[in-house]
Design a binder for this molecule. Structure first.
Ligand code: MLC
Ligand code: AMP
Length: 513
C-alpha cells in the first residue's frame, strides 16, 4: 500500500484522459502520461542505484519540467528531495553536501566540474547532470528504464523533502518535511483557494523553494490542472500567458514588475480567476494599484519552509470567520483550516486581540525538525508543541493576521531570505575589514535589499566596489549587498551592541523610487 506516498496522492488526481496536456513549456507540451511515465523511469533509475530508502537526492539545476519530474520521481521512489538554489556558490554547496550527506547529487552540466569535486570529496557515490534542454546524464541513464513503477510504500511521517533555511546565527538548517506535512497542506489549499475544473496555473517561480515547488506545483497537480511553465519570470510573457491561465502565484517583486507593463489591463487579465502573493510583505500600495489596474484583488498568504502555508486571505466566504470573504491588503488573512496560530508575549502568554507579539503555530503541516540538529529543533518549539516562527504580528477583531515585523535578523529580498549574520561573517574575513554590519533597506523592485556598512582596519584603504566584486562568485548573488558604505565606526548602544536601527534610518532613502 502506498497511500501515504504523496506522489501517489497527486497521481490519483491526474485526469482520466492521460493524453491531455499537463504542462505547456514553450514549444513543448507534456501530457499527464508523460509525467507518469517519465517519473516512473526516473524512479526506477534511482532504485537501480541501490541506495537506501530515505537517502537524500540533492539537486541544483536550472528550472525545467524535467527538474520537476525528478522531484516527483524522488517522492515516488521514497527518497528525500533536497533542492538547492541555483545561485548558491561553491562554499555554500560544500556546506549543504557535507551536512546532508546525500547519496546522489544532480547538477547542471555546466557546473559538473566543481560540484562533482565537492560531492566526491564528501563521499557521494553518484553525481549526474540535468540541463534545461532535456540534456545531461540523468535522462540518458533513466531512458533505459521501465515506464512503470509502483510508488514506494511510505508512512505519513516518512521524510519527503529537506529544505535548507539560513539562520540568525550559525549555518543553514535543513527543515525536514514529511509526506504527511506536504500532503495536508496541499489538500487544505486545494479547497481553500477554490481550485476548480478548467484552472490553468501560470508557473513563474523558481522550484527550489516552497513557493514554486510546493504551493504552485502541488496546487496544480492535486487538482489535475495543467501548468503554463516559465523557465524564468518575464513580466511581458507572464501577462501574455494570462489569456490562457487562470491562477498566478508570485512574490511581490513579480507583481511590481508586471505593474510596470502597459499591457497589464482589465482585458489582459480577464481570463484570470486568482492572483496569489506571498514569501514577502506585499505593500498595500501594490495591492491597491493591482486592483485599480486589473479589477482583481490579490490574495495574500503567509508561510515558511518549516511549515509550508500557515495563513491566507479568504478566497470565498469563510464560515469560521463570520462568512468574511474580504481580502484585506496589508494582512495575511486567517489561519488556514487545521492550523492553530497564536500571538504571545515574552512569557509565552497569549496577548489580547490587536496586540503585537511573537507568532507561534501548530498543525499537521508543521515540519518534523531540523536535520541532525535536535537541540536547535528543541529551541524552536515551545513546551506545548508550538513552533516559534520568528515573525511578529497581531490578530484583529475579525480574525485577520497582520505581520508587523520579525524578531529574527532577516532581510527578504525579492522573496529570497538573506541573513545578515552570514554576509557579515563573510565580510569580516575579507582583508582590510575590521568589522561590518548588514541591514535591510526599502527597495522599489526587491522590496528590501541589503546594505553593508564597513569599518576598515587601521591603515587599510577599502574600496566599496572592490568589496562587492569580491563577494560575487563567493556568495549567492541575491545575498550580495546592493550598496557598501565605508565608515569610521559603527553606532553602538551603551551595551556595545551595534544599533542596526540607526543604520537602517541612515540608509533608508538610498533606493527610494
Ligand atoms: C536576483 N538578484 C537579486 C534577487 N534576484 N538581488 C536581490 N534579491 C533578489 N531576489 C540579483 C541578480 O543576481 C542581479 O545581480 C541583480 O540582482 C538584478 O537581477 P535581475 O535580473 O533583476 O533578477 P532576476 O533574475 O529577474 O530575478 C529576480 C526575481 C527572482 C524576483 C525574478 O529573485 C525570483 O525569482 N525571486 C523569487 C524567490 C522565491 O521564489 N521565493 C520563495 C521562497 S519560499 P547582478 O549583480 O548580477 O546585477 C518562502 C516561503 C513562502 O519564502 O511563504 O513562500
Ligand atoms: P522561508 O524561510 O524562505 O520559508 O521564508 C519564510 C519567511 O518569509 C516567513 O517567516 C516570513 O518572515 C516571510 N513571509 C512569507 N510570507 C509572507 C507574507 N505574506 N508577508 C510577510 N512575510 C512573509
Amino acid at each position: 500500500m502506498s497511500k501515504h506516498n504523496f506522489f501517489q496522492q497527486l497521481r490519483q488526481n491526474f485526469p482520466k484522459s492521460l493524453d491531455t496536456p499537463a504542462v505547456w513549456a514553450g514549444e513543448l507540451t507534456y501530457t499527464w502520461r508523460d509525467l507518469d511515465e517519465a517519473t516512473a523511469m526516473l524512479a526506477n533509475f534511482l532504485d537501480s542505484l541501490g541506495v537506501e530508502k530515505g537517502s537524500r537526492i540533492a539537486v541544483q539545476v536550472d528550472k525545467s519540467v524535467e527538474a520537476m519530474m525528478l522531484y516527483l520521481a524522488t517522492l515516488r521512489a521514497g527518497y528525500v528531495f533536497l533542492p538547492l538554489n541555483t545561485a548558491y556558490q561553491s562554499s555554500e554547496i560544500e556546506y549543504f553536501i557535507d551536512n546532508a550527506q546525500p547519496a546522489v547529487v544532480v547538477c547542471s552540466p555546466k557546473n559538473f566540474g566543481w560540484v562533482s569535486k565537492i560531492a566526491f570529496k564528501a563521499g557521494v557515490k553518484s553525481v549526474f547532470t540535468l540541463g534545461d534542454q532535456r540534456d545531461g546524464t540523468l535522462l540518458d541513464r533513466a531512458a533505459h528504464h521501465s515506464r512503470e513503477h509502483q510508488p514506494a510504500n511510505v508512512s505519513a511521517d516518512d521524510l519527503a523533502v529537506i529544505i535548507y533555511t539560513s539562520g540568525t546565527t550559525g549555518r543553514s538548517k535543513g527543515a525536514m518535511l514529511s509526506h504527511g506535512n506536504i500532503a495536508s497542506n496541499a489538500q487544505t489549499l486545494k479547497s481553500y483557494w477554490g481550485w476548480t475544473k478548467g484552472d490553468v496555473l501560470i508557473h513563474a517561480l523558481p522550484i527550489f523553494h516552497v513557493h514554486g515547488l510546493f504551493v504552485a506545483i502541488h496546487g496544480a497537480l492535486s487538482n489535475g490542472s495543467p501548468m503554463i511553465w516559465m523557465d524564468k519570470f518575464d513580466p511581458k510573457q507572464a501577462i501574455a500567458h494570462m489569456a490562457k491561465g487562470t491562477v498566478f502565484m508570485g512574490v511581490p517583486t513579480l507583481y511590481v514588475r508586471m505593474l510596470n507593463e502597459a499591457a497589464l489591463t482589465p482585458e489582459s487579465t480577464a481570463h484570470m480567476r486568482l492572483f496569489i502573493s506571498g514569501s514577502a510583505p506585499l505593500l498595500k500600495e501594490t495591492f491597491d494599484l493591482w486592483r485599480e489596474r486589473t479589477g482583481h484583488t490579490i490574495l495574500e498568504r503567509y508561510g515558511m519552509s518549516e511549515t509550508v502555508m500557515l495563513t491566507s486571505n479568504p478566497y470565498a466566504a469563510d464560515p469560521r470567520f463570520a462568512q468574511q470573504s474580504e481580502r484585506r491588503g496589508g494582512t495575511v488573512g486567517f489561519p488556514l483550516p487545521g492550523v492553530t496560530l497564536r500571538v504571545v508575549d515574552d512569557q509565552n502568554h497569549v496577548v489580547p486581540t490587536n496586540e503585537i507579539g511573537a507568532i507561534q503555530v501548530k498543525g499537521p503541516n508543521v515540519f518534523m525538525g531540523y536535520w541532525q540538529m535536535p537541540e536547535k529543533t528543541a529551541e524552536e518549539f515551545t513546551s506545548d508543541g508550538f513552533f516559534k516562527t520568528g515573525d511578529v504580528g497581531k490578530i484583529d477583531n475579525d480574525g485577520y493576521v497582520t505581520i508587523v515585523g520579525r524578531n529574527k535578523d532577516l532581510i527578504i529580498s525579492g522573496g529570497y531570505n538573506v541573513y545578515p549574520a552570514e554576509v557579515e561573517s563573510y565580510l569580516n574575513n575579507l582583508p582590510g575589514i575590521a568589522e561590518s554590519a548588514v541591514v535591510g533597506v526599502q527597495h522599489p523592485d526587491f522590496g528590501e535589499v541589503g546594505v553593508a556598512v564597513l569599518v576598515p582596519r587601521p591603515g587599510a584603504a577599502l574600496d566599496a566596489g572592490e568589496v562587492l566584486q569580491a563577494m560575487k562568485g563567493q556568495l549567492a548573488n541575491y545575498k550580495v549587498p546592493k550598496h557598501c558604505a565605508v565608515v569610521d565606526e559603527l553606532p553602538r548602544n551603551t551595551m556595545g551592541k551595534v544599533q542596526k536601527n540607526v543604520l537602517r534610518e541612515t540608509y533608508a532613502g538610498l533606493f527610494k523610487a
